[in-house]
Ligand binder design. Structure first.
Ligand code: PEP
Length: 245
């Protein structure tokens, strides 16, 4: 989108041990000319990743609790992520929605928790395979956007990631026409919800983005970057995707 600098975001999911810090160091050695870059690591690696990335890439968490602190064993707050060096946090990733029963309302509350801690919320939305096959993709997005994106969202503190659930980790991607249609629809729904702020907000595509398809996907109108899972684990793949911007 004209005037929007792309963002290439990596999601390591529940992957990454000390031995993998070298991949982050290799990413930090590269130049990101055409895009901003972000890596969302597991909480256990946050502090080491903050050092390894040297501020060259931004650092994100993969989820946060809605509360700042308290009796929530095993959870991590947005304030803790910020304290460990994060600038971003994913909220409402489809794996969180599926594995942990997160609803649109919970996702919206987590976005507000992210802002409270000074983080940018990367709010994930997208239809399932059954919804796609039932022709419901656009209506699902029309429900998820006002449900998951608080009305106070600003382009500087919010990124939208459109991730068709059936495309995540499967090697399948929608056609260029389908991605274009979904992203244009998301922009329109954001305009209804947020007014002119919507025109500045990044809308990322996610779901089996690889070096081989990044150029095509990133050239689609209203695609302002990518959220990359599997192909973000190795610096060589992630850098190739970032170079496609
Ligand atoms: C993701 O984790 O959000 C994702 C899109 O995964 P993958 O790139 O592996 O499909």
């Amino acid at each position: 989108t004209p005037g929007i600098r792309p963002l290439i975001a990596g999601n390591w999911k529940m992957n990454g041990l000390s031995a993998d810090i070298g991949e982050l160091e290799a990413m930090a050695e590269a130049a990101f000319g055409g895009a901003d870059a972000l890596i969302c690591v597991p909480a256990t690696l946050m502090t080491r990743a903050h050092v390894a990335l040297e501020g060259k890439l931004q650092l994100g968490g993969q989820d946060c609790h809605t509360a700042a602190a308290g009796a929530h064993t095993g959870d991590v707050s947005a304030e803790m992520l910020a304290d460990a060096g994060a600038t971003h946090v994913l909220v409402g990733h489809s794996e969180r929605r599926t594995d942990h029963g997160e609803t649109d309302g919970i996702v919206a509350d987590k976005a507000e928790a992210a802002w409270r801690a000074g983080l940018t919320a990367v709010i994930c939305i997208g239809e399932t395979k059954a919804e796609r096959e039932g022709g419901k993709t656009l209506s699902v997005l029309s429900r998820q956007i006002p449900g998951s994106v608080p009305k106070e969202a600003k382009a500087k503190n919010t990124v939208i990631a459109y991730e068709p659930v059936w495309a995540i980790g499967t090697g399948l991607t929608p056609t260029v026409e389908d991605v274009a249609e979904a992203h244009a629809h998301i922009r329109k729904e954001l305009e209804t919800l947020l007014g002119e702020e919507a025109g500045k907000m990044r809308i990322l595509y996610g779901g089996s983005v690889k070096p081989g398809n990044a150029t095509e996907l990133l050239s689609i109108e209203h695609v302002d970057g990518a959220l990359v899972g599997g192909a973000s684990l190795k610096a060589v793949d992630f850098l190739a995707i970032a170079a496609a911007c």
